[in-house]
Design a protein around this ligand. Structure first.
Ligand code: PLP
Length: 363
């Protein structure tokens, strides 16, 4: 009945949801152990005093930091916590000593609010060429371009917010480093979802999505030699949240990160196969794209408000997905899409119910 062998175990570790939760790309469902880790610490803070409680948990905090650092291919001392991925990028751009009128190259799936931040700082944005209609970066063409011109940095969303395409970050880093161009990776949709040891210079992401950690925890890791030493850590810490994030990463590692990545890829494929050819909805990724983030283009002629209405109808029928409007990936087009992002406990019956609803809404 679950689409993955891990589904039952993963589901049993969490409270029973009141809806078919296919919305990990917005926020995943935390396990009961993650929630307990957070609340236990909040109680300890009131009992022992916040500073004392934090000192008592120093080893657990260090363990969580090591685990997350290894997941993203950095060292623990390169890692800082903030309240969100967006604020990580904001502090990075604030402290990074970039030349005036600098340039960044991005991929077709770049997150709209990131583009706004580049614009606010006067950083000129240029799109890297894609090798296909899905928007995968054309690494050969990029290598060629880099021989003639080098941006101040390359910024890439390993997975964007409005499509399940997984960018070839490893290859991008390789050709960029050959040209001595640093690479920054937005891992908000990829950490806990696909392999994230990429060799990039600076990476950042968030706890709440595929890692199913707490809300309001973002992280950034800056390779020691990438930019001059700066303090990116905020002065105040959400200690309970950091502990909860550590617990979430530990759970991922207990299952085995490669196992999770493989099963999520399997789930994405299952969803795309099931939803291909439903009325005139169109699956936007290659069926075999190794991610569990699936987007559907609505039937021809639909306006963004129609897609929003479809999302509401699905929610009323007990299925939670996102209507992803074009601000999330403005370089990829103007269409709103339905974003379906189940985690490991996707059930066949949920997928069938979704397909059934979509059939009644399309033509
Ligand atoms: C969600 C998301 C972000 C922003 O994450 P926050 O923690 O909400 O700031 C950034 N980039 C991508 C690709 C995202 O999906």
């Amino acid at each position: 009945m679950y689409c993955s062998d891990l589904g039952e175990q993963w589901h049993a570790a969490r409270i029973e949801p009141t809806i078919a939760h296919l919305d990990s790309a917005a926020a995943g469902r935390s396990s009961s152990a993650v929630i307990d880790t957070i609340t236990d610490h909040l109680w300890r803070e009131a009992e022992h005093g916040s500073q004392v409680a934090a000192q008592e948990q120093e080893q657990a905090l260090a363990r969580g930091r090591r685990a997350l650092a290894s997941l993203i291919g950095h060292t623990p001392d390169e890692l800082s916590y903030r309240d969100s991925a967006r604020s990580c990028l904001r502090v990075l751009l604030h402290y990074w000593n970039l030349p005036i009128a600098s340039t960044v190259w991005v991929a077709a799936n770049e997150f709209g609010p990131n583009l706004d931040q580049f614009e606010q700082r006067g950083i000129a944005v240029r799109a890297m060429p894609s090798r296909d209609v899905y928007g995968h970066v054309d690494v050969d063409a990029l290598e060629n371009m880099l021989q003639f011109e080098q941006p101040d940095f390359i910024h890439v969303c390993q997975i964007g917010a409005a499509g399940g395409v997984v960018q070839p970050v490893h290859e991008i880093v390789e050709v960029a480093h050959h040209a001595e161009v640093p690479v920054v990776v937005d891992m908000a949709q990829s950490v806990g979802h696909v392999p994230t040891v990429t060799g990039a210079d600076i990476v950042y992401g968030t706890a709440r999505k595929w890692l199913t950690g707490p809300r309001a925890i973002g992280f950034i890791a800056v390779r020691a030699d990438a930019i001059r030493p700066v303090t990116i850590e905020s002065s105040e810490r959400y200690v309970a949240g950091a502990l909860g994030l550590g617990q979430a990463v530990a759970e991922l590692q207990d299952i085995g990160q490669q196992v999770v990545y493989r099963e999520l890829a399997h789930i994405g494929r299952t969803v795309r196969e099931r939803l291909t050819g439903i009325a005139s909805w169109e699956v936007l990724e290659p069926v075999e794209e190794p991610s569990a983030l699936v987007t559907l283009l609505p039937p021809p002629g639909w306006q963004p408000s129609d897609v929003a209405a479809a999302q509401r109808r699905l929610q009323e029928s007990g299925i939670l997905v996102t209507c992803a409007d074009s601000w999330r990936a403005p370089l990829a087009g103007e269409q709103s899409v339905l974003r379906i992002s189940p985690h490991l406990d996707l059930r066949r019956s949920e997928l069938d119910a979704l397909a059934g609803q979509l059939r009644t809404m399309g033509y």
